[in-house]
Design a protein around this ligand. Structure first.
Ligand code: PNS
Length: 163
């Protein structure tokens, strides 16, 4: 059983995240999409809202025989990964600018827990500039999110602002 953790903030989940999960499904039997609970950050969506949105969009994903679970975690990622009996951490790398930060994290995680491998995956070029941060900025300034996030996520963002 090959199990990986795909950690992140997912605030909100983007089509780029979903592309990475679909690719990861070709390599792993199970992927746990793990939302970081970070009390120091003020997120757009609560952890529960992010979990709901992920569960909704994962239902439509082409996953083959891969089992997908959504969870949240606090503290060190490698401690969580070991507790889940995972062998790997999946991270997406969009551009060279992601690489330095991702390399630092991967090497620190390896130092902390040498049994866990980090697997970097590249999303489709169409998503190479898509990030949750830019999605929120574009949305809040009135730009369209078509093709950047699933329509259910765009709807949730509109509902959130309407409240
Ligand atoms: O989607 P993000 O915000 O880029 O994800 C970053 C994440 C969650 C992977 C990273 O912040 C993380 O792993 N945080 C948990 C705390 C931890 O393990 N820190 C040491 C990493 S070297």
């Amino acid at each position: 059983m090959r199990r990986a953790i795909y950690p992140g903030s997912f605030d909100p989940v983007t089509n780029g995240h979903l592309d990475i999960i679909a690719r990861g499904c070709k390599l792993f039997d199970e992927i746990i999409i793990a939302i970081l609970v970070n009390p120091e950050k003020k997120p757009f969506f609560s952890v529960d809202e992010r979990r709901d949105m992920l569960n909704a969009v994962l239902g439509e994903l082409d996953r083959g025989s891969c089992n997908l679970l959504v969870d949240s975690f606090e503290g060190l990622l490698v401690h969580y990964a070991v507790a889940q009996n995972a062998q790997a951490i999946v991270r997406g790398i969009r551009a060279i600018s992601d690489y330095e930060y991702e390399l630092q994290m991967a090497l620190m995680n390896r130092r902390l827990e040498p049994t866990i491998e980090t697997v970097f995956m590249m999303p489709a070029e169409a998503y190479s500039y898509v990030s949750s941060r830019l999605v929120k900025e574009v949305f809040l300034l009135g730009g369209t999110l078509d093709g950047l996030v699933p329509s259910s996520v765009a709807d949730r963002m509109k509902q959130k602002i309407a409240k």
